[in-house]
Design a protein around this ligand. Structure first.
Ligand code: HEM
Length: 143
């Protein structure tokens, strides 16, 4: 699901940029892309909130707050990651709603590009990348 969030955002940005700069018509496919990108982000939001409620890392974060808050790995999921990702989904939701409300096609593309673009930057900055020297997790989890 987390990879789908990134893929849908990248695809949205590609269509929005192409439509904006190429002065294209905002088609039903563009609208579906906008809609599904926001929906996928919302599913990830609920998965994240669910993870937050069952994660032993988060349980430890609240049980032993005074010490846990100084543990970078624990604080990352307890605060930074979760807050920034919720913010990103809020940005996607606002951007999607604003793009829907705009009358002109150029404005729809531009609005989508700007809001989704900022959200993507927030998400990219808050992922525990496998290559991150700070907090890292594997890129892929096997079943
Ligand atoms: C919106 C995009 C999001 C992306 C791309 C994302 C990505 C990730 C990744 C890559 C991990 C590491 C998983 C692993 O160990 O393999 C993770 C863990 C986690 N995420 Fe997110 N996340 C997102 C949103 C959220 C939100 C909104 C919340 C909570 C409000 C959240 C809470 C957590 C928690 C608590 C963990 C750690 C779970 C554990 O290992 O016990 N995430 N996330």
């Amino acid at each position: 699901m987390r990879w789908l969030v990134l893929a849908s955002l990248l695809y949205s940005l590609f269509r929005a940029w192409r439509g904006w700069k190429g002065k294209h018509r905002f088609t039903q496919t563009d609208n579906a892309t906008r809609h599904w990108t926001a929906t996928i982000a919302h599913i990830q939001l609920f998965l994240g909130i669910w993870l937050y409620s069952i994660s032993p890392i988060i349980a430890y974060f609240f049980e032993s707050f005074k010490t846990a808050v100084h543990n970078r790995d624990v604080r990352f999921f307890g605060m930074e990651h979760s807050i920034m990702m919720v913010l990103a989904v809020v940005l996607i939701t606002i951007g999607s709603m604003k793009a829907k409300q705009k009358k002109e096609d150029e404005q729809k593309f531009k609005t989508m590009f700007v809001w989704f673009g900022i959200a993507l930057l927030v998400i990219l900055s808050s992922i525990p990348w496998s290559f991150s020297p700070l907090v890292s997790r594997p890129l892929w989890r096997g079943f």
